[in-house]
Design a protein around this ligand. Structure first.
Ligand code: SF4
Length: 675
């Protein structure tokens, strides 16, 4: 890795992208006089192969843009109007520490709610010194469930989060089922591997309500209704068992609970599942037959299928397919999903034990801020996320943020929708200005990113700020890291195996089981008994209707359309959303537009009992009838009335994992002038 020359002539410097994307690209950043000139991909990470997404190419627009936070500030206007007065770091952090002490003395530590997600997804930017502060001060705890909670819970219960098939092995597959995932928008480096598989003759199946770019060239596309994936997957299980293609020898040796799964799948004929999913029964049967007869066969389980009331059971049923069909044990066979747990990193550097204080589900932020009274939330500390735009039941969240008696701190890189409601804003560095570890969760890769440009304004890294706050609150021991460089060295010292030494010596880390492990050859379930648990009793007990069950569609005659909010090619979750203004469009099928007298380009009102969004309509055939779509990650400036898809999403929780049910939003659409 070349050494960065800060403040010198133009030079190209290596680093890595830690943002919340599966790919973790290696980057070549051109820098002149300490300023960013251009971001490109480098070939250091062979999987990301020298190119990057268009989103991060324009990351400089965030770093130097008009929304960048340059110095700490305190509110001087009404909440939400964005008027702030510049203060020093000393004043800002002393104020925060004083309010922490006061809240704890008056209402207990649980009256403070730390609130964060994956906006800066590296190992250093969350769950380090911040976690020590929250634990040792006894604040409320946050259940980080806005994404990946149901799929993560299913993967953990079934396989203990065994490493899964990586991008490199896709070309080995003869059949690839891409289920609820659109790598053209999120995880672009998967595309060439799928194309290579196609070139070698693989059959491609896409299961998604939209005709995604890969669906256009797929052999079969099943445009399922949102929320019905569990029924579709169970009908494939039924077929496998009914036709003698379930691998019972494998199941007896490596799995528990397959009899219960077989029994629950028994009711799902192709006709019934297809009617429910709004798809063609013959096409579904074809997919089941292809799956039964192809090897290596690979199921890519995405995150689109989890964001509804049945999301956990859908993930269970989909991830159970390779076990029942006996698809493991060959290169390119098995399942593919998040590989974030493959490194076995348990964060031993968080020293404080976790106190059993109040646990707040992050999807319930609106309720927590307005309804909780035991104790009420008096201090909210937001970092690495923008809940005013991204959390379900947006109106409720904003009502909570407007509370005059709530003391809100927002620590972020830019003036987010949430920061507008802050009492104190603190400017954070971007990944180009600080150290971080970029961990891929598609490819199994881990690299050290580092500062490559001069810090903008007075921004400080997460580790430095939480270290400073911890010292003010007297929460750190002398031998514990209290800043970014200390923490980076400490983490390097405590990473398992040879990871730390690889990174210190300037290499990308070598994964414990190699970059492309074969499931049931190189890696096995990490459950306690090393078996696949197809019917974990704790999930049977906790899911509302039990395991492998279907909860009915929440649509009503008044609100018949299913609204989905999938990832777009503009934002990484909501990061970079500040660069998109006033141009979000609602996508709708021509049949739905015609029946409402709507035309392409009309300004429409999308509404339900929770709220409404005003935006132009785009009529196109690439979304199934009965389903409409707004992009995920929009900021309030992206629509005509300042509300986003989260204004229409319920804050109900998924059957397993207590995740967000964004895709259970049911809406009506009308022309705006006549509505
Ligand atoms: S967001 Fe993803 S594709 Fe874009 S640069 Fe980062 S890792 Fe690469």
């Amino acid at each position: 890795m070349s050494e960065p020359v800060l403040g010198g002539p133009a030079t190209v410097v290596d680093t890595a992208c830690p943002l919340d994307c599966p790919d973790a690209c290696s980057l070549a950043v051109t820098v002149r006089h300490g300023k960013l000139v251009q971001i490109d991909g480098s070939r250091r990470n062979p999987v990301t192969d020298g190119y990057i997404c268009a989103k991060v190419r324009r990351f400089g627009d965030r770093v130097y843009g008009p929304d960048r936070l340059l110095h700490p500030a305190v509110r001087k206007g009404r909440k939400g109007d964005g008027k702030f007065k510049r203060v020093s770091w000393e004043e800002a952090l002393e104020l925060v520490a004083t309010r922490f002490r006061r809240a704890k003395a008056e209402h207990g530590g649980a009256s403070i709610l730390p609130y964060s997600y994956g906006g800066s997804n590296g190992l250093l930017t969350q769950d380090n010194i911040d976690a020590q502060v929250w634990r040792r001060f006894g604040t409320s705890r946050l259940a980080r469930t806005v994404c990946a909670a149901p799929t993560g819970a299913a993967n953990m219960a079934l396989y203990g989060k065994m490493a899964s098939v990586t991008y490199e092995d896709y070309p080995e597959a003869k059949l690839i089922i891409l289920w609820g995932v659109n790598p053209s928008a999120s995880g672009i480096h998967l595309i060439p591997y799928v194309r290579e598989a196609q070139k070698r003759g693989a059959t491609i199946v896409v299961i998604d309500p939209r005709t995604t770019p890969l669906a256009r060239s797929a052999d079969v596309h099943l445009p399922v209704k949102p929320g019905t994936d569990v029924a579709v997957a169970l009908s494939i299980h039924r077929h496998l068992f009914a036709t003698g293609r379930a691998d019972e020898a494998f199941l007896r040796e490596h799995a528990t609970g397959f009899e219960q799964l077989r029994e629950r799948a028994g009711e799902w004929t192709f006709d019934r599942a297809a009617a429910l999913g709004g798809i063609d029964a013959a096409a579904l049967e074809r997919v089941a037959e292809l799956y039964a007869t192809s090897s290596p066969a690979l199921v890519r389980c995405g995150w689109g299928l989890e964001r509804n009331r049945n999301g956990g059971n859908a993930a269970m049923a989909i991830l159970a397919l390779p076990a029942v069909a006996g698809k493991f044990g060959v290169r390119g066979g098995g399942y593919s999903m998040s590989n974030s747990a493959s490194w076995g990193i348990e964060r031993p550097w968080i020293a404080a034990d976790e106190p059993q204080t109040r646990l707040v589900n992050m999807n319930h932020l609106g309720r927590a801020l307005t309804d909780y009274d035991d104790p009420p939330v008096n201090v909210l500390f937001v970092y690495n996320c923008n809940p005013a735009a991204t959390v379900p039941d947006q109106r409720h969240v904003i009502r909570g943020l407007e509370r005059e008696d709530l003391f809100t701190v927002v620590f972020d890189q830019v003036m987010t929708d949430t920061a507008l409601y802050a009492d104190v804003v603190l400017p954070a560095t971007t990944f180009l200005e600080s150290y971080d570890f970029a961990k891929g969760y598609g490819p199994i890769s881990l690299d050290l990113g580092r500062p490559v440009i001069d810090t903008v304004g007075e921004a400080r890294s997460n580790a430095d700020v939480f270290g400073d706050l911890a010292k003010r609150l007297d929460l750190l021991n002398d031998d514990e890291p209290s800043g970014e460089v200390d923490l980076m060295v400490h983490v390097l010292d405590h990473l398992p195996g040879a990871i730390g030494s690889d990174l210190r010596e300037g290499r990308m880390a070598t994964p414990p089981f190699g970059h492309a492990p074969i499931q049931f050859v190189d890696v096995f379930p990490k459950t306690a008994d090393r078996k696949i648990h197809l019917f974990p009793e704790e999930l049977e007990a906790s899911a509302p209707l039990g395991l492998y069950r279907f909860q009915d569609d929440p649509a009503t005659a008044q609100y018949p359309l299913a609204l989905i909010s999938p990832a777009s090619d503009r934002t990484i979750s909501s990061t970079l959303g500040e660069l998109t203004r006033n141009d979000a469009k609602l996508l709708m099928h021509p049949e739905d537009a015609d029946s409402r007298g709507l035309a392409d380009g009309d300004l429409v009102r999308v509404f339900n009992e929770r709220g409404e969004v005003h935006c132009p309509l785009q009529v196109l055939r690439s979304i199934r009838p009965g389903t409409v779509s707004l992009p995920k990650g929009l900021w309030r400036r992206s629509t005509r009335n300042g509300m986003t898809a989260t204004a229409l999403a319920p804050d109900t929780l998924t059957d397993i994992g207590e995740g967000a049910c964004f895709n259970d939003a049911r809406v009506q659409v009308a022309s705006l002038p006549t509505a």
